[in-house]
Every structure is written in C-alpha cells, then in structure tokens.
Design a protein around this ligand. Structure first.
Ligand SMILES: Cc1cc2nc3c(=O)[nH]c(=O)nc-3n(C[C@H](O)[C@H](O)[C@H](O)COP(=O)(O)OP(=O)(O)OC[C@H]3O[C@@H](n4cnc5c(N)ncnc54)[C@H](O)[C@@H]3O)c2cc1C
Ligand code: FES
Ligand code: FES
Length: 480
C-alpha cells in the first residue's frame, strides 16, 4: 500500500512528514524547518559542497554513510534513511566529534563557511573506511571548495584521523539505528502536494502501472541533473517518479561476454567494479563531479540526460554498449550508437525507461579514455575521448573511437576509425587519422573551450593514445 507519509531518522528518532512538497530540497528543509543552519548554501547547484549532509542507509543489513549535496536532493528521497547534519556530530555531552576536533587542532577553518561541508565529507570517509591515505582523502573532499583556508590544513586534519579510535557515538548506537531503519523502510510512497505528485515504487511492475496512469511524469534517479530544473531554472516539476528504490534497477552482473549494470546503479558503486575490466573508465569516473555527486548520480541518468559532455557516453559508445529499454509491455535492446538523435534528444519514447546497460568485454583489446577539463576535480569536461582498439602483430584490426564535447551529441569518429582500421600501428597513421578528425567533427566555441582548442586537443589525445600503446607494448616486450 502506498502512502503520502515519508519517514526518516533524525536525532535517532523517526520523523514523519505528511505529503511534503516533492520539489523542496533537503537543504531548504534542514535550514528552514529543522532550523539547523550549520548546513550552508553556497552555489545551490551541487558544485561547492557547503550544503553537504550525510545519509545513513541499509545495504544488505549493513549501515552505510553517503555524503550528498543537500541543495540538489529532493526531500522525499529521505524516506527510509537516516539524515545526519553537522550539528548531530556533537555528542549529547557537548563533545566535538573526532573529525571536528581534528579540524580545530590542525587549523582547518578560517571564515568557516565551507567547514560544515568539509566536516560532513570527512565524517562519511571516517565512517566508511579504516585507513585514510592521500588518494582517499583528496577524493573524499573533491566536492568541497574552500576559498580561504587552503586545503593543506584540512588534509592534515584528515590524515590525523588515522591515529584516532574509530569508536564514536554513532558506532555505539549502531544496533539501535539499524533496527529503526528496518522499521521505516518498507512502504511505497505516493505524495500529493497541491498540483504536484511524487511516486516511489519498489518494483518494475508497480512502476509500469504508475507510468500508465501518469504518462507525463519525470523519472528521478540521482536527481543531479533533474533537480537543477527547480534549483537553477526555478521551475516546478509536477510529476516525479523516483526509480532509486527499485532494487531490480540497481545491480551489476557479469558473464563471459559482457557486464550488465542496472540503470539506477549509483556511479560510485559502478566505478569500483569497472576498475578491474576497464581501468581508464574508473579513472574518468573518479574525476566525475565529486563523491557527493557520484553517490547519487546513476549510469542510467547520465545516459538519459544525453548531454554532449556526459562522461560515460563516449566510453560506452566506443565499447559498443547495448541499452536494455523497458517499453510499455516488454523489453528491447538498442545499441547506444543509435540512441542519441540530436542535442539532448534520444530514441526513448514517452513512458519508456532504461532498464540496464550491457558493456561488452573486449578481453584482447586496448582501451583508453581521457577526460579534459579546466579543473582536475569536480568539473564538467571540455572534451572526453575514448579508444577501444584491437591490435594484433602491430596491426590495427579494429578501431572504435568516440568523443564527447566535439558535437551536439556524444559521437563516434567514424572516418578516423576507418583510416586506422587494418593499418599498421604507426605514428604516421595516427597523425593521418587526427588530420581527418575535422571530417568527423565540427566542435563549438563555448565557455568551457574554444572550437580550435577542442579540435587540437582531440588530435593530441589520439597521438597520446598511440604513444601510450607503444610504450606499453615495449614494456610488455621488455618484460618477456
Ligand atoms: C555539480 C555537478 C557536477 C557534475 N559533474 C558531471 C561530470 O563530471 N560528468 C558528467 O557526465 N556529468 C556531470 N554532472 C551531470 C549529472 O551528474 C549527470 O547528468 C547525471 O549522470 C545524471 O544522472 P542522475 O542519476 O542524477 O539523473 P537524474 O537527474 O535523476 O535524471 C536525469 C534525466 O534522465 C532521466 N532519467 C533518469 N534515469 C532514467 C532511466 N533509467 N530511464 C530513462 N530516463 C531516466 C530523468 O527523467 C532526467 O530527465 C554533474 C552535475 C552536477 C550537479
Ligand atoms: S550549495 Fe553548493 S553544493 Fe550545495
Ligand atoms: S574557511 Fe572560508 S571558505 Fe573555507
């Protein structure tokens, strides 16, 4: 039975909200209704981390903590979860949490505007991991901007946590939290608030019934794109169908031919899995938004957004991924190479949704992917390139090459591929392919990069790819 009541834990108590506004953000609710003003609003678009809160949720009976940007998360996604804001970190006896103490001790704060966000990001790192190395620390705070302290004292504070006991008030109360979370995690949600509706089904069967009755709804996965319609464009979204609570859409499977990922799988989960098979896919994902963004954003959401600079798209194009699409009555398969029609337009028909993505395993190919952006972390690509090459005896048997940021859709470089196919692996051939990229693409000038810059970098990436393959090959030969 569906209900308009959302239930979540706050201060170790169950809070219930009756038909809340589904367009309200968690940030707005925390500051104006819970009156907890430690959580700040900086950019209101997921880019600065000042609004970071942590969600506690059960995953196979294990309590996991996720840092998210409260400014771009809609309130009803709290259903069935624990909400932690910076004020909650201070114990009932008034003692600062070890993360807060470390920030004080290492002078990790000056004006303090960014500090609650950093504290929450470091708190979720502290709770989820046992050992905090440089890479993990930098990744954990990649979505938090500080404009006056500088990052070194914050990183020092984070490193000092390695020497501190992992027992805090949250570990002491873990059993209680788990049993409370189990109590509130069962029901489907159906909110009606004035002219707005929000549905959160738990199965595909229920989802299809909802779609049938409400064909003009917007699907919500991570919300890292959809929410901006409210927070940035100041529009209302009338009907929302949340896909995130549908377990059938959140999975990763593998057989000997391909990996299949459920569309609602958060990128953070997928990035860890894919590393073993396509390590450059993992490297690009590590630079996708921030931990807060990747905790929410899904692979299906990235594909459906169909942005020309969506980071997974050129990679999936070059790997010839296949989309499994749920239609009204059945499932159909479509190559991602046929999915994008024009700027942000796809072949998805009304009411259809992406069920999963099948990524072929090219065991003998060389796969390389590169993301180019102005800032290393938490920045949208100026361009992204992906190369999937079958090379045998120094000959290129097959080449699948795709670029993002070079056209109005993410696109394969078909002419360039043709030039390389069945040719020797040589600099001359890669230079020739690069010189023909103008026939494949005519990029635009925008605030991220100029047309000329994009074309030049695309050519250079091709050459970079060549040299990296050559070096690896030489290394391989040397080792033999
Ligand atoms: C601060 C910030 C940084 C970002 N950095 C990057 C970056 O580095 N690289 C990058 O590529 N993107 C980036 N993005 C963009 C954003 O993260 C992506 O577009 C994201 O992948 C969308 O996924 P989502 O699950 O959040 O989708 P949502 O916002 O939930 O949905 C996006 C669209 O897809 C539709 N949709 C969602 N799931 C499905 C489905 N299963 N079937 C059919 N339609 C569906 C929704 O209805 C909506 O129209 C960033 C965004 C922000 C706010
Ligand atoms: S206010 Fe900047 S990320 Fe939310
Ligand atoms: S302490 Fe001022 S912005 Fe970080």
């Amino acid at each position: 039975m569906a209900s308009g009541i959302i239930k979540f834990l706050f201060n170790e108590k169950i809070l219930e909200l009756n038909n809340p506004d589904p367009n309200q953000t968690i940030l707005n609710f925390v500051r104006t209704e819970l009156k907890k003003t430690g959580t700040k609003e900086g950019c209101a678009e997921g880019g600065c981390g000042a609004c970071t809160v942590v969600l506690g949720e059960l995953n196979n009976n294990k309590l996991e903590y996720k840092a998210i940007n409260a400014c771009i998360a809609f309130l009803p996604i709290l259903n069935g979860k624990q909400l932690l804001v910076v004020e909650d970190l201070v114990s009932k006896e008034g003692k600062l949490h070890p993360v807060q103490e470390a920030m004080v001790k290492y002078h990790g704060s000056q004006c303090g505007f960014c500090t609650p966000g950093f504290v929450m990001s470091l708190f979720s790192m502290y709770k989820n991991y046992g050992n905090f190395n440089n890479e993990l620390i930098k990744d954990s705070i990649s979505g938090n901007l500080c404009r006056c302290t500088g990052y070194r004292p914050i990183i020092d504070a984070a490193k000092s946590l390695n020497k501190i006991s992992k027992i805090d008030q949250f570990s002491k109360n873990k059993k209680k939290i788990i049993s409370l979370l189990k109590k509130i995690n069962s029901k489907n949600v159906f909110i009606i608030n004035e002219n707005k509706k929000y549905f959160s089904p738990k199965t595909i069967k229920e989802l299809k019934k909802i779609i049938k009755k409400n064909p003009n709804s917007n699907f919500l996965s991570g919300g890292t794109d959809l929410s901006l319609k409210v927070t940035k464009e100041r529009n209302d979204i009338q009907n929302i169908i949340n896909l995130i609570d549908i377990k059938e859409l959140d999975f990763i499977k593998k057989n000997k031919n391909f990996i299949e990922v459920g569309a609602a799988t958060p990128l953070i989960k997928f990035e860890n899995f894919i590393k073993k098979y396509y390590s450059d896919f993992n490297s690009v994902l590590k630079r996708y938004g921030s931990v807060q963004i990747r905790n929410l954003a899904t692979i299906g959401g990235n594909i459906a957004t169909a942005s020309p600079i969506g980071d997974t798209l050129p990679i999936l194009l070059s790997l010839n991924a296949e989309l499994v699409i749920e239609t009204k009555k059945s499932k159909k398969k479509l190559s991602i190479n046929e999915f994008f029609i024009s700027y942000r337009k796809t072949k998805l028909k009304k009411g259809e949704f992406i069920h999963s993505i099948r990524i072929p395993l090219y065991k003998n190919n060389i796969f390389k992917a590169y993301k180019i952006s102005k800032r290393f972390d938490d920045d949208i690509s100026s361009l992204c390139a992906s190369f999937n090459l079958e090379i045998n005896n120094n000959k290129i048997k097959n080449a699948f090459i795709a670029f993002g940021g070079m056209a109005e859709i993410p696109k394969r470089a078909k002419i360039c591929e043709k030039i390389l196919k069945n040719k020797q692996l040589s600099l001359v051939n890669f230079l020739k392919a690069g010189n023909n990229l103008e026939k494949d693409f005519s990029p635009i000038n925008d605030m991220r990069a100029s047309k000329n810059y994009r074309m030049k970098v695309a050519k250079n990436l091709l050459i970079k790819c060549f040299y990296e393959i050559k070096t690896n090959k030489l290394l391989r030969v040397n080792q033999e």
